[in-house]
Design a protein around this ligand. Structure first.
Ligand code: PMV
Length: 352
């Protein structure tokens, strides 16, 4: 039995957590950040957040003393994270006795349209769970970290683990849970070096954020069939990935991406996040695949940017294709090349 450390006066804990891209999309939530359908994602490598928290014991009520984002105080983020901490104080009662100083930075520029909520809440959840395990004299529990991350941003629950991760109860996935994410096992080596080239069509702030989008799934005409479709897609995606069936994988990937946007377009009120250039890219990708037989597929997050997913062995051909045919559709020609990754990492722990 490890010893409890409830009197720790000062601690500093830092984690690095990557972003992830969903293959089967989580869309719609209920209750306390419970997903309406199970999802599955690939963890990235190059797009990550680093969060460092200093915990100092105080006699008064807890708070965030300071929030620094990329070296500068940021009151907007401070408020967002304070709201989050308020919402989890029932799970981490010691928050009432500590003040926190948080430093956060991303490896990718803030204005690329890549959401940093998954990576930052994953890193934050890990820092909090690490400290909780220290105070309570137990080993760190990554499921608990994933649960804390989920309460900040649903997709963040998946960024704790890698390379392929699912979240949400589903009878086809072992140990699946609505509370935390888990690794998907027995994936064929054909997916070992999967690439994600992110084509930045626009970095503008989205008109409808994902919280509002999730909310529009309540009472959505397609709500029930979407649930059935997501479960089917998840099951078939796992079968395809176990068998190394890249074509089967790709067709589910594209159908999921288009479904996500179809759900937005058929919401009430309806909205549209894809831009003209997003559609030109989709068309070019399908033509290129047909002509060359190179297995490059698209997926799309809740925004206009397009993710190209393909095995690493085709990197040169796909990069030439991007340079010659797709960069012209990107804002200032911007493309971010990333690839599959192993999940979050501890950077530093210090106790006084
Ligand atoms: O985690 P949130 O609340 O930002 O929602 C993310 C939803 C999608 O990115 C569109 C899909 C997903 O599963 O990541």
């Amino acid at each position: 039995m490890m010893q409890q450390n409830l009197e720790t006066k000062y601690a500093k804990i830092s984690y690095k957590a990557p972003s992830n891209i969903a293959f089967v999309k989580y869309w719609g939530k209920r209750d306390r950040q419970i997903p309406m359908n199970p999802s599955l994602s690939m963890t990235l490598s190059e797009c990550y957040s680093e969060i460092s928290i200093s915990f100092r014991k105080e006699s008064s009520l807890y708070n965030i003393k300071k929030f620094e984002f990329e070296g500068k105080e940021n009151t907007l983020f401070k408020e967002r994270f304070e709201k989050y901490l308020n919402s989890i104080v029932d799970l981490l009662p010691w928050l009432k006795n500590y003040s926190l100083e948080i430093k956060s930075q991303n490896s990718f520029p803030h204005s690329t349209g890549i959401a940093s909520s998954a990576s930052s809440f994953a890193a934050l959840g890990l820092c909090l769970e690490h400290f909780d395990s220290h105070l309570n004299g137990r080993d760190i529990n990554l499921r608990k970290a994933s649960e804390l991350a989920r309460l900040g941003s649903g997709s963040a629950s998946r960024s704790i683990f890698g390379p392929f991760v699912s979240w949400g109860e589903d009878s086809h996935v072992a140990h699946s849970s609505n509370s935390y994410a888990s690794m998907v096992k027995n994936i064929s080596s054909k997916f070992n070096n999967l690439q994600d080239s992110i084509l930045i069509v626009s970095s503008k702030e989205k008109e409808v954020g994902s919280s509002a989008g999730h909310a529009l799934m309540h009472g959505h005409l397609f709500n029930e069939v979407r649930y059935i479709q997501a479960c089917d897609n998840l099951k078939n995606l796992v079968i395809a990935m176990n068998a190394g069936d890249i074509e089967g994988f790709g067709s589910i990937l594209e159908s999921e991406a288009l479904t996500l946007h179809a759900l937005m377009m058929t919401s009430d009120p309806s909205y549209l996040l894809l831009e003209g250039n997003s559609l030109f890219i989709l068309d070019e990708v399908r033509k290129f695949r047909k002509q060359t037989k190179i297995p490059v597929y698209f997926t799309i997050d809740a925004g206009p940017n397009i993710h190209l997913i393909y095995p690493g062995e085709y990197r040169n051909q796909v990069n030439t294709f991007i340079d010659q045919n797709l960069k012209k559709y990107c804002e200032n020609g911007k493309v971010i090349h990333d690839h599959v990754g192993a999940g979050a990492e501890l950077i530093e722990v210090l106790y006084e």
